[in-house]
Design a protein around this ligand. Structure first.
Ligand code: BGC
Ligand code: BGC
Length: 736
């Protein structure tokens, strides 16, 4: 600092000024970011600015197409140096060959070197990936549970720790832009991306979105809230089909998780690839600018989804041609186009639109300026490279944390006659397709996009985990579910059976499931096991609630929902089954009895005719112990409602409980949710222990959008007497 000051002073005194010697202002980390952006923008050509608004797939730098392989010098030169493209992404499954942490670091370094050393202004490159449950494109990186499982932990501190860890892995490989977390809600389990969400509730999801943003960005990795907005409820439950959401539903339900992520400081937002109320979101100025920036105050970068400006033409059929689509989208508020292939056509079109005055130069400065701002925020100008040798060390298996996350997610759905934990079992038989197929515990976005390569990720299978984790004296046997005779013999020779069923991995559209059913042979397996008369424990590895015919559902004595637990599936299940861990997961969604009930959330408006109950309600989950509650008087302060709850462990084992506080609304002249979650906390109690917890519900959780059918008003708290509920206990509170 002092040295530079002296140098500047000397320059000024001796030479008047030293333009040749002084470094440009934008390279000076001591300058405020806004000044650095303005200085750099002023030096850039139009083409260079348009380059910052463009993101290319890394395979373009390898093969000029989809093929993977070594980076090619001439392609780096063409796209990064001549075109000045500002960011590169790995779509699911794209990466270096061979795929190792070190190769990732070397790849991003090489890309960076081309941009920084050969680019006219030395603007560093930003590299984006979908690290949605660990650094999941990298072979060698531990895979954590998918978000749906993390949501079942109801533990924001744990989720933040996971994200912090993933952020370190991302940083170590030079991938500083993460297209996560998903801030869409999972309110339709038919949807192929249900498991990528934190479940159906805005408060729970919002808390975990915020935790993820904090964790990732603590290591200066940019988080992306996606997909803004209304993506999670496509009509009919199929990915990217048109969505219809009343403005009041958008405000009360869909925006709060995004707002929570923005309040946590999320640097980027990705637009929803679908449409909402008849307008493709990539063309909606209302959503991308008026709501996101005007109402919600977002200052960072909006990125398109994959190829989505093109989708305005070919898929949505809303734009007559590509030029119209680009103008619509950029003017609506998209700052960066994730192209990912047709880069030249995009750059050319963008330039023509600017020259024709259909996109203003001010808009270009705004968009490019935001990208530069992001790069300064991440410290890229100061530290563009990573230590390749370090990457190997950082992206080592993070087993204990992944195991803790899997443990806290596992949700006990049934436990007839205290079948679990398995304390009196000498020979345990394990069977079922999910016991030996590792791809089923990993889910989609594991090594490759659809998760077909997920078995390459670290971690044991469920069977191996149970074998390794069985207590002394317990024999764990295996029988192939396809061999009926061997299976029957093995069942007869055992005291109990663990059957692991579930879904093959999938991502996006390929994962839609309109019936929620598993393949028929999995139900048949359950029925076959019933005929053999031994106690059956069902373990589910799935990214959604499943449909079960009654006769199959009633076979098992105990049922564990494990979601998509990742690398530590087996070791975590062993701890739960053998009683070393008391399950505390709670469903982050409503489990329908029939898929015909869907969409079917706990916070739906009142039912006029009695509806069939769900199979398991939102927030449900059993424990090996029991908890009771006593709710004390509630009070409303200026911005919250507070209530004390006494929680007691009345059973014989230590355990964790998730205390959930709901509100019911007074009659307010419009419909209100039957109930709404307003606060929650997780507590660990020894047998017999009692604790009094203070739950604080922010007042905005009580807000509704007033007004008539098409009201565009913002939510506000309508005064009245609200009823709070914890378990079976209720208490009234006057809110104004
Ligand atoms: C998905 C996004 C993802 C992007 C890049 C799109 O198909 O919708 O969630 O970030 O691809 O892989
Ligand atoms: C998907 C992306 C994915 C990519 C993988 C695209 O079709 O939409 O999400 O990352 O394929 O190559």
């Amino acid at each position: 600092m002092i040295k530079r000051w002296r140098f500047t002073l000397a320059c000024a005194v001796l030479l008047g000024s030293c333009p040749a010697l002084a470094q440009p202002l934008y390279k000076d980390p001591a300058q405020p970011v806004e000044k650095r952006v303005a200085d750099l923008l002023a030096r850039m050509t139009l083409e260079e600015k348009l380059g910052q608004m463009t993101q290319v797939a890394v395979s373009k730098l390898m093969s000029d197409g989809w093929g993977l392989g070594p980076l090619k010098g001439e392609l780096l030169e063409r796209y990064l140096v001549q075109r000045g493209i500002g960011s590169v992404l790995s779509g699911g499954g794209m990466g270096p060959v061979p795929n190792t942490p070190r190769a990732w670091a070397e790849m991003t370094n090489a890309i960076q070197r081309a941009a920084v050393e050969k680019g006219r202004l030395g603007i560093p490159l930003l590299y984006g990936v979908d690290a949605v449950h660990g650094h999941n494109n990298v072979v060698g990186a531990t895979l954590y549970p998918h978000s749906l499982g993390l949501a079942a932990t109801w533990n924001p501190a744990l989720v933040e720790q996971v994200a912090r860890r993933v952020g370190q892995e991302l940083r170590a490989t030079g991938t500083l832009w993460n297209f996560a977390p998903v801030a869409d809600l999972g309110r339709d389990p038919r949807w192929g991306r249900f498991y990528e969400t934190f479940g159906e509730d805005p408060l729970l999801a919002g808390s975990l979105v915020a935790a993820t943003v904090r964790g990732l960005q603590a290591g200066r990795v940019a988080a992306t809230l996606k997909h803004f907005t209304g993506y999670g409820q496509p009509l009919g439950g199929t990915d990217r089909s048109p969505a219809f959401l009343a403005p009041r539903t958008l405000q009360e339900v869909w925006l709060p998780p995004f707002r929570a992520g923005l309040e946590a400081g999320a640097l980027t937002v990705m637009a929803n690839s679908g449409s909402l109320n008849g307008v493709p979101v990539h063309a909606s100025r209302y959503l991308l600018t008026d709501v996101l920036r005007g109402q919600m105050g977002f200052k960072g970068v909006v990125i398109s989804d994959w190829n989505d400006i093109d989708k305005l033409v070919g898929d949505h059929k809303a734009a007559a041609g590509f030029a119209d689509a680009v103008a619509m989208s950029i003017n609506a508020g998209v700052d960066v186009y994730m192209v990912p292939m047709e880069v030249d056509r995009y750059l050319q079109t963008l330039k023509e639109l600017v020259e024709a005055g259909r996109i203003s130069r001010a808009r270009v400065d705004e968009a490019a300026g935001r990208v530069l701002w992001l790069k300064f925020q991440l410290g890229l100008f100061e530290r563009p490279y990573v230590e390749a040798a370090e990457a190997e060390k950082v992206v080592e298996a993070q087993r204990p944390l992944a195991k803790q996350a899997a443990l806290e997610s596992i949700t006990l759905l049934e436990n007839a006659a205290f079948t679990l934990p398995l304390t009196n079992v000498k020979t345990l038989l394990v069977t079922g397709p999910a016991a030996t197929d590792k791809t089923m515990q990993m889910g989609g976005w594991s090594i490759d996009w659809q998760g077909k390569e997920g078995a390459k990720a670290p971690g044991a299978t469920v069977l191996e985990g149970l074998q390794k984790g069985a207590p002394q004296g317990v024999k764990v046997a295996y029988a192939d579910p396809k061999d009926a005779r061997a299976l029957a013999a093995a069942v007869r020779a055992s005291d109990a059976v663990v059957v692991a069923l579930g879904e093959k991995p999938y991502a996006e559209n390929e994962g839609n499931n309109l019936t929620g059913e598993l393949p028929a042979e999995q139900y048949k397996l359950l029925r076959d096991l019933k005929a053999l008369g031994k106690p059956v424990v069902l373990v589910l590895l799935a990214g959604r609630p499943l449909a079960f015919p009654d006769d199959a559902w009633l076979v098992p004595k105990a049922i564990l929902m494990a979601y998509l637990p990742g690398s530590e599936a087996g070791s975590a299940l062993a701890d739960v089954l053998f009683g070393r861990h008391n399950p505390s997961g709670r469903l982050p969604f409503t489990w329908p009895k029939l898929f015909g009930q869907v969409p079917f959330t706990y916070d739906r408006y009142p039912d006029i005719y009695p509806k069939a109950e769900p199979l398991y309600p939102f927030g449900y989950g059993l424990s090996y112990t029991d908890f009771t509650y006593r709710l004390q008087a509630a009070r409303a302060t200026a911005n919250a409602v507070e209530v004390d709850v006494e929680v007691r462990n009345t059973g014989k084992r230590a355990g964790s409980d998730v205390v959930q506080l709901y509100t019911r609304f007074p009659p307010l002249g419009l419909l209100a949710p039957r109930e709404r979650l307003v606060a929650f906390t997780k507590v660990n109690l020894e047998p017999g222990q009692t604790r009094t917890l203070k739950l604080t519900a922010p007042l905005d959780r009580f807000a509704l959008v007033p007004g008539d059918v098409f009201s565009l008003e913002l939510p506000r708290v309508l005064p009245g007497r609200y009823v709070l509920r914890v378990g079976e206990q209720t208490v009234g509170v006057e809110v104004r």
